[in-house]
Ligand binder design. Structure first.
Ligand code: ADP
Length: 267
């Protein structure tokens, strides 16, 4: 009996090894596939703006004399816009790499939420110029003990998306309040919202929800960075679709330990 059991055990081990070899090969193949999908996606994101820059620069060089002042201005604006897009893309890639390698160490300091909202709004003013904007912050918001740079970047990414995905003329709202030792900040828009089946995936790297979002210039990294930064600050971020109308609601929640300790202790 013992021999038979030993044989069976040996067989089971052999089978398990075989399964893990098969599983390992499957994982290796999946990693290779993801790696080349990533390279394709990054190359595409770099090539598209570069093609516009080269096109505009070439036209300027060959036909400068034949172009009107306005046309030259337009070409230069294209070059600048596309260079800024490249810059943003590379900054996003670097942020993502720093996040993944653990090189981002939050530098927490007592931070006034209203100030962060103000500076993220100022940065986003030009991209939100065709939208209506409403800010509603409770007057009794406590100071937060967070890294203001990371927090502002996370907020900016949400405003950037609201500007990108919600139509011109629609309302982008930012609400903030404190409750039960938590501070909650919401960015609401009146865009298409997130398809229900993708709600869990939008914070994944390189994920873009709709077909048309996959071809438009973006990085698919904005929300992954946003989540990485908010989690580094001890908070959470979630998305839902609005119940009352079309649109997305992004909710950042910061728990008590992100509140400035001296204020938490105050009566
Ligand atoms: P991207 O560079 O594509 O905007 P993000 O990581 O910021 O990358 O967003 C991932 C995807 O989530 C977007 O491609 C889009 O499909 C969807 N998304 C993000 N924000 C919104 C929003 N406010 N409204 C609708 N869809 C959004």
């Amino acid at each position: 009996l013992l021999d038979a059991l030993a044989d069976q055990a040996a067989l089971a081990v052999e089978r398990a090894n075989l399964v893990s070899d098969v599983e390992k090969a499957r994982l290796d193949a999946e990693t290779d596939r993801l790696r080349s999908a990533l390279l394709t996606s990054i190359s595409h994101d770099l090539k598209t703006p570069l093609a516009s820059i080269l096109g505009a620069a070439g036209t300027l060089r060959s036909f400068a004399a034949a172009l009107t002042e306005d046309q030259r201005g337009e070409m230069l604006a294209t070059i600048e816009e596309e260079a800024l897009r490249l810059n943003r893309f590379i900054a996003n890639l670097l942020d993502m790499t720093r996040l993944e390698s653990g090189a981002i160490v939050p530098n927490a300091s007592p931070t006034d939420l209203a100030e962060i909202v103000g500076s993220a709004m100022r940065r986003a003013a030009s991209i939100l110029k065709d939208h209506r904007v409403e800010i509603d912050l409770a007057p009794d918001l406590p100071m937060l003990n967070v890294d203001p740079v990371l927090f502002e970047q996370a907020l900016f990414n949400l405003l950037d998306n609201a500007a990108k995905y919600a139509p011109a003329g629609s309302l982008v709202s930012l609400h903030g309040w404190a409750e039960n030792g938590h501070v909650t900040l919401q960015v609401l828009d009146e865009g298409p919202g997130i398809p229900d089946e993708d709600v869990d995936k939008v914070f994944d790297k390189f994920f873009r929800a709709r077909k048309q979002d996959q071809v438009r210039a973006g990085t698919g990294l904005g929300l992954a960075i946003c989540r990485g930064f908010i989690e580094a600050l001890g908070g959470t971020i979630a998305v839902a679709n609005r119940a009352d109308r079309s649109g997305a609601v992004f909710t950042i929640d910061l728990p008590a330990r992100a509140l400035a300790p001296m204020l938490e202790a105050a009566p």
